[in-house]
Design a protein around this ligand. Sequence first.
Ligand code: FAD
Length: 318
Amino acid sequence: MSEVLVLVEHAEGAVRTITGELLTAARRLGSPAAVVVGVPGTTDSLRADLTALGAEKIYAAESDDVGKYLVTPQVAALAAAAQGASPAAILLPNTVDGKDIGGRLAVRLGSGLIADAVDLDAEGVATQSIFGGSYTVQTKVTTPAPIVLLRQNAISAEPQAGAGEVTALEFSVDPATATTVTAVHVEPAGDRPELAGAQTVVSGGRGVGSAEQFAVVEDLADALGAAVGASRAAVDSGYYPQQFQVGQTGTTVSPQLYVALGISGAIQHRAGMQTSKTIVAVNKDPDAPIFEIADFGVVGDLFDVAPKLSEEVKARKA
Ligand SMILES: Cc1cc2nc3c(=O)[nH]c(=O)nc-3n(C[C@H](O)[C@H](O)[C@H](O)COP(=O)(O)OP(=O)(O)OC[C@H]3O[C@@H](n4cnc5c(N)ncnc54)[C@H](O)[C@@H]3O)c2cc1C
């Protein structure tokens, strides 16, 4: 059975949720092979989790140079693994870095790439959400080693223990063509879930009206154990930091529950959230386009509705 390479997303010694989803998708096509790119020792700390999630093979692409360069180590490691394994497919997360890595890798391998995939079947046919989510199409790469970027939360991880056999993978980075990292600033993470992988997201738009009033969005998010998101208009108005922007030029989310407060529902916002399982919108304009995709809509003032919702959620949890 051909290998299907999966780029492992990891942070602080832990495998990120998307990796389990990619390994599950990989099993549909062939034998899941996880590619760990990290400093020496990284694979040891991830091996048990990757094996439990379904990795039959684990490529340990370890070097002190990882972290010194932006994405090039991941590209070089995946290219080295692909040249040795002739994989049935290469799966990456549909993140900003994943798109960067996938594009560069496609050029190196002379391979085709599908981004924004929300499903992948056993024949390698991807379901793809395109043109800002306006169309859903079925696509397939016809060159060898197809590269597919899957959205987080699009498919459910179904852990099934694999063999977890570790193989060292040699790769090299040419500093002349790599972008060097000169400084790293880590934003404080806070107690809320990470936006991209959150199961519940509460987002605020320009209708929130000010940075101070965004507290109403945060209160509901905290009551629900949710991540906070924002529309671009809210970000551009200085109400909330850019890293929380949801949409075409922000983060793509696909949670179980998405609550939109004072967001009109422009196509560029919808592109980043319309695959959410359940969408709840609060807007005082009954004709706001967000209601076209909402499962539940409340026509009303968010400053009346959101605090009542927070109180109700807190009361039911008590
Ligand atoms: C190339 C490009 C990329 C873009 N990328 C993104 C992106 O990634 N993400 C994104 O979000 N946008 C993006 N945009 C911008 C997008 O087109 C919209 O301008 C933006 O999404 C609007 O944000 P909004 O809904 O918060 O604001 P508005 O459109 O101003 O809507 C505010 C809404 O709040 C409602 N409201 C006001 N007060 C209240 C109240 N008290 N209670 C309840 N409802 C209230 C109003 O009825 C209105 O519907 C992009 C645009 C371009 C051109």
